[in-house]
Ligand binder design. Structure first.
Ligand code: BJ8
Length: 426
């Protein structure tokens, strides 16, 4: 701990406020995670990574920096990790899932801003996020208005680069994203002094695809009844995928999947066979936002999938592997990356009908009897889509409950009552 304290001081964290955060986080983790019955042995990796999230992992980032490697922070799954890796830089997800520094954040962004945005601004202003402080560049993106404008304020405090993400999926939008891929690659070359070649991008694609395939494998196993892993642990795995070393992460999750397979063969699970199964759909739940799955799994149901960017939206599509193997130029590889990224069904797009089909398909494949649509308060894109998702699911006979909430704990009892009532109807 004391060795880390020196590191945190060097990163200019507010040591007292940071200690307070770690204390709350530790207690929260104990209540929500360590208290679970019948947890997988492989969850030890999750516990370890989480307990070392501001310790060992930050030390690794500092070591990487000492070797001359750059650290790139991002808030959105549109920022192509493959290119960051191709530049031999480290890619970390920064979006934050806790109320901290909210009052300070509200001096820079309007009060009616979603909790995720307030959280990353607050973490920065309160000086409690060692990831943000470790970044050489933070990449923002033109997705929702809230983030887009918050980045202008954020840029007063960190070195920002803004990537433009289109809002529609026509040919011209594909061209725009393709140009942005190239511009981001050139920015990385400038930052690292490294020329990115074909093999570098192929390596980045292999690592990112490997990570996605590991989570795809996990999600496929979650079709089993009884559910072999809790929604809480599955969410944590998705959260950790944004900041742990990607190669280590992939190996650990593949091991965990072997354990899950053995468990399924024995007919064992985290809840009895026949427990109501729910799919969560909507806004990303950034670490340590475990509120909703915790409430759901305390209400007699089990979460079997997350239709979210910290979930299936980030891993559903791979960069075409055969085409990658055949590609001989950087341009071809940038085309393939663009093809993959244009499939992301974020609510910032209009229209975004493929998301509706994807949710219905997921519910069916995972055997979910109901869907909880999760929108952060003040999130326009996802709150709007809740209506369409409901209509689509109704037509399929799948009930949906729409929830709007934030990171606060004031509404936990009220949510619990609503969710219990919903589960009873299934
Ligand atoms: S690709 S979902 S990670 S933009 S909750 S900040 S939308 S007001 S996060 Fe996202 Fe990229 Fe899309 Fe995914 Fe705005 Fe809504 Fe807040 Fe949100």
């Amino acid at each position: 701990e004391s060795a880390y304290k020196e590191m945190w001081e060097k990163l200019n964290l507010d040591i007292d406020a940071h200690e307070g955060l770690l204390e709350v986080l530790g207690k929260f983790y104990g209540d929500i995670y360590l208290s679970q019955q019948g947890r997988l042995q492989g969850a030890e990796y999750l516990d370890f990574v989480l307990s070392e999230v501001h310790g060992l992992r930050i030390k690794e980032l500092q070591d990487a920096k000492a070797q001359g490697r750059k650290i790139i922070g991002s808030f959105c799954v549109f920022v192509p990790e493959e290119l960051t890796l191709a530049a031999d830089a480290v890619h970390v997800g920064l979006c934050s899932g806790a109320d901290a520094g909210t009052e300070m954040a509200e001096t820079m962004v309007p009060r009616n801003t979603c909790a995720l945005i307030k959280s990353f601004v607050g973490f920065k202003l309160a000086k409690i996020c060692p990831f943000t402080e470790s970044c050489d560049v933070v990449v923002g993106e033109t997705t929702c208005d809230g983030k887009k404008k918050a980045y202008e304020a954020f840029a007063e405090h960190v070195n920002m680069y803004i990537m433009e993400v289109p809002q529609q999926k026509n040919a011209c939008d594909h061209d725009l994203l393709r140009a942005e891929m190239k511009r981001y690659m050139e920015e990385l070359e400038k930052l690292t002094g490294k020329t990115i070649g074909v093999d570098d991008i192929k390596k980045g694609i292999a690592i990112a695809n490997g990570k996605r395939k590991a989570i795809q494998g996990l999600n496929a196993l979650r079709k089993a009844d009884p559910a072999p892993i809790s929604g809480r642990d599955a969410l944590l795995i998705n959260q950790i995928s944004f900041y742990d070393d990607p190669v280590r992460f992939t190996a650990k999750i593949n091991e965990l999947c072997d354990e899950i397979e053995a468990r399924i063969e024995k007919g064992e699970g985290v809840a009895p066979k026949g427990t109501p199964r729910l799919l969560l759909a909507g806004c990303p739940m950034a670490v340590p936002n475990w509120k909703l799955p915790y409430i759901v799994e305390g209400s007699g149901a089990v979460v079997v999938g997350e239709e979210s960017c910290i979930g299936s939206r980030n891993i559903r599509d791979l960069v075409d592997e055969d085409a990658t193997a055949k590609a001989t130029t950087v341009d071809e590889l940038l085309d393939l990356l663009t093809d993959r990224y244009m499939k992301i069904d974020c609510a910032c797009f209009t229209p975004n009908d493929e998301r509706l089909d994807n949710i219905a398909d997921m519910a069916e494949e995972l055997g979910a009897q109901g869907v909880i649509h999760y929108a952060l308060l003040f999130c326009q894109p996802y709150s709007h889509e809740a209506f369409k998702v409901d209509k689509t699911l109704q037509a399929k006979g799948v009930p949906m409950l729409a929830i709007e909430t934030d990171y606060g704990m004031e509404d936990v009892e009220q949510l619990k009552t609503r969710i219990e009532a919903f589960v009873e109807t299934l």
